[in-house]
Design a protein around this ligand. Structure first.
Ligand SMILES: [Zn+2]
Length: 133
């Protein structure tokens, strides 16, 4: 990983395998968002290997089989271009979302976390906004 001002290897690596492979350009995208947002972003999930992603799905974590968290994504051919962060206060969440959307981020809302990915840049998909059940 290139030098990152705000994010550590420990919080971005796959917790099961300790692998860290971000899509080229993604850490810069994340730094750009963090800089414009101007507030802490507590990463709760970054890189995932297939093994770790399957473990999350078994544990009923809201994870997709073709997740943009995946290293060597079999569906889209990219490396990790997503993070989950701890859901901030409503005021901060407004600032986060209004910062992220014009930069092209996909935003997914869960009760305890916010999913952010750059599928619009690194896959053939358009950015979306969604919620988890
Ligand atoms: Zn996610």
């Amino acid at each position: 990983m290139n030098h990152s001002k705000h994010f550590t290897v420990e919080e971005l690596q796959c917790p099961t395998t300790k692998k860290l492979k971000l899509e080229p350009g993604f850490i810069e995208d994340l730094e750009e968002l963090r800089t414009f947002y101007g507030l802490p972003m507590m990463v709760t999930s970054g890189c995932r290997t297939q093994t770790h992603n399957e473990w999350l799905i078994r544990r009923k974590y809201s994870a997709s089989p073709n997740s943009f968290h995946l290293i060597a994504n079999p569906q889209y051919g990219c490396d990790t271009c997503a993070v989950d962060i701890r859901r901030p206060s409503p005021t901060r969440l407004h600032k986060l979302v209004s910062t992220a959307l014009p930069l092209g981020w996909t935003v997914g809302f869960a009760k305890t976390f916010i999913h952010l990915d750059m599928r619009g840049k690194y896959s053939n998909l358009s950015p979306i906004i969604y919620t988890y059940n």
